[in-house]
Design a protein around this ligand. Structure first.
Ligand code: FRU
Length: 560
């Protein structure tokens, strides 16, 4: 039974929705005004999006509009800190770090029909006919999941809603559903534009199949093809994402373009619970053809699920994604719920393209989106020849958030010893807690993150350590290798981008006391050039607080 309550997959979700549905009170959810939140809690990330209160899971409907405003919708239970009662929460940002909470964008049509995950597009050419007088109309396409009185799941169908005010408020289309079904496991449509038509990818979750559908107008959909079981199955496929991405060479020049099909699997990930895998290939408007037989994972830790790519990034440019920084194995137990009244953060925004990595071939690179708007002061800029240490007390950084870059060049591989390492830790001198990360440059070059020294959350599935073997660049024949990493730490979330972003990890952690002491130690052969830059990050939420510490969101009428 303990196991049942700990595991929260959509398969088991029916039970939690059933338990919630008897207490579902729509009148408790405000309409037309955002939900206020207290973002001052010690565990609240300050440069990441978190909901004002309640429970958040998958990012939904993400698009960037013609003014450069980024729209993030999300699976949202506004009345509890566990999953259930799904709405689409909404927030907007001009830089992907400063978020403004908006009124809830999509409400369930009926008490026991939930608005599950989906996507949104800007229908600038009015293909749908909903927008005769405007070019900024938004159409959301999403799953409606019905639950019966006894808690058993009913059909999951695909539906649309349109917004004439740029994505702030939506009307349900009267011709719904646009893709009907009797299946209880058919969900999470993601739409893209291909040359002259719309394409939707939808998961037949328990058949491990991604259906591809086409449409001229977002209303009439025609089945086009199926992507049948591939890669890791876990026990369900969820939240497919399909996007065209540039392929860049080592100098950053675009040399090709490919399609990426990302599939989130849950439960049953190799490390437990939820994970996202992706496939690389070509698309002809109806069929996706794989470039190779390789299954790749977006993350080497446990806390990045159901990421979505923004619609509206100009053709040919790098893509941008945000993921849900959690795992269904423990997301409903993490201490932010009881201590601070909210659960789940989104990842930092990431820039994505494909590139050839040494030995392993094409991979999707993940880099933090331009952090300039949140960089505060540079706390440290050091260079070492081979060996060096940094001890930084950052207790005076109000946000508690840091950005860190490490670049190592001129590594003479023949001189590596068993001590050739670079270690970085973040500690609380008050509680003795420690979050560790580092790389051993020899052998398999494992990069690791260990949250086992953080004491605020204990759960058998909340695994301590994660690692990846990194075949870093051995240079151009001179035997001198180089390596780099970037990291963001933000109170209860650590994200690291290893070796130019070829590997990435998202790790949530819940300290009893804030982490305030950074220690870095580089031990490399002499001649290796190590440079380290550390910045404090601004608190994006503190800028929005009133005198009581409350963030109210956008309370002006109309949302804009
Ligand atoms: C993935 C998921 C989706 C579903 C949503 C419900 O985390 O299970 O498949 O649409 O969450 O909140």
């Amino acid at each position: 039974m303990a196991r049942f309550t700990t595991l929260a997959s959509t398969a088991l979700f029916a039970a939690s929705v059933a338990a919630q549905s008897s207490t579902y009170v729509n009148p408790a959810v405000p309409t037309g005004t955002p939900i206020a939140g207290d973002y001052t809690g010690a565990l609240r990330p300050q440069v990441h999006f978190t909901p004002p209160k309640g429970f958040m899971n998958d990012p939904n409907g993400m698009f960037v509009d013609a003014n450069g405003t980024w729209h993030l919708y999300y699976q949202y239970n506004p009345t509890g800190t566990v999953a259930g009662n799904q709405h689409w929460g909404h927030a907007t940002s001009d830089d992907l770090y400063h978020w403004v909470n908006q009124p809830i964008a999509l409400f369930p049509p009926e008490e026991t029909v939930y608005v599950f995950s989906g996507s949104a597009v800007v229908d600038s050419n009015n293909t749908s006919g909903f927008f005769p007088d405007q070019d900024n109309g938004v159409v959301a396409i999403f799953t409606l999941a019905r639950y019966y009185d006894d808690g058993s799941p009913g059909p999951q169908t695909q539906n649309i809603a349109y917004s004439r005010d740029g994505g702030y408020s939506f009307e349900y289309y009267e011709g719904n559903p646009v893709i009907d079904s009797t299946s209880t496991q058919f969900r999470d449509p993601k739409v893209l534009w291909y040359e002259d038509h719309w394409v939707a990818v939808v998961a037949y979750s328990q058949e491990f199949t991604i259906g591809m559908w086409t449409s001229p107008d977002l209303k009439e959909w025609t089945f086009a093809s199926n992507f049948t079981p591939h890669g890791l199955l876990g026990t369900q496929y969820e939240c497919p994402n399909f996007v065209k991405m540039p392929v860049r060479d080592a100098d950053g020049a675009v040399v090709d373009e490919k399609y990426v099909l990302a599939i989130s699997i849950q439960p049953g990930a190799p490390l437990g619970g939820s994970v996202t895998e992706y496939f690389i290939g070509d698309f002809n408007g109806t069929h996706f053809t794989l470039s190779d037989a390789v299954t790749r994972l977006t993350d080497f830790a446990k806390d990045n699920y159901a990421a979505q790519f923004f619609y509206g990034v100009p053709d040919g440019q790098n893509q941008v994604n945000i993921g849900w920084a959690s795992n269904w194995q423990y997301t409903q137990q993490v201490p932010t719920g009881n201590l601070e009244g909210w659960r789940s953060a989104m990842t930092a925004p990431r820039v994505n393209y494909l590139t050839e990595a040494p030995r392993i071939g094409l991979v999707m690179v993940d880099e933090p989106y331009d952090l300039t708007p949140v960089l505060d002061s540079q706390l440290n800029a050091s260079t070492f020849d081979g060996e060096g240490t940094i001890a930084l007390d950052y207790s005076s950084v109000e946000s508690g958030a840091l950005y860190l870059e490490v670049n190592v060049t001129n590594i003479n591989m023949t001189q590596l010893t068993q001590y050739s390492t670079l270690n970085i830790s973040f500690a609380s001198p008050a509680s003795g807690e420690i979050l560790q990360s580092g790389i051993y440059f020899g052998g398999d070059a494992p990069f690791f993150v260990n949250r086992g020294g953080i004491k605020g959350f204990d759960n058998v599935f909340f695994t301590d350590g994660f690692s990846i073997a990194d075949v870093y660049s051995t240079g151009s024949g001179d035997g001198l290798a180089s390596w780099s990493m970037k990291a963001v730490i933000d109170r209860s979330i650590f994200e690291v981008f290893v070796d130019r972003g070829i590997h990435a990890a998202t790790v949530v952690f819940y300290p009893l006391q804030p982490l305030t002491a950074l220690n870095l130690a580089a031990r490399l052969p002499s001649g290796a050039q190590v440079s380290v830059d550390i910045w404090s990050l601004k608190s994006t939420w503190a800028e929005l607080e009133n005198q009581n510490g409350t963030v109210s969101g956008n309370t002006t009428s109309g949302g804009n």
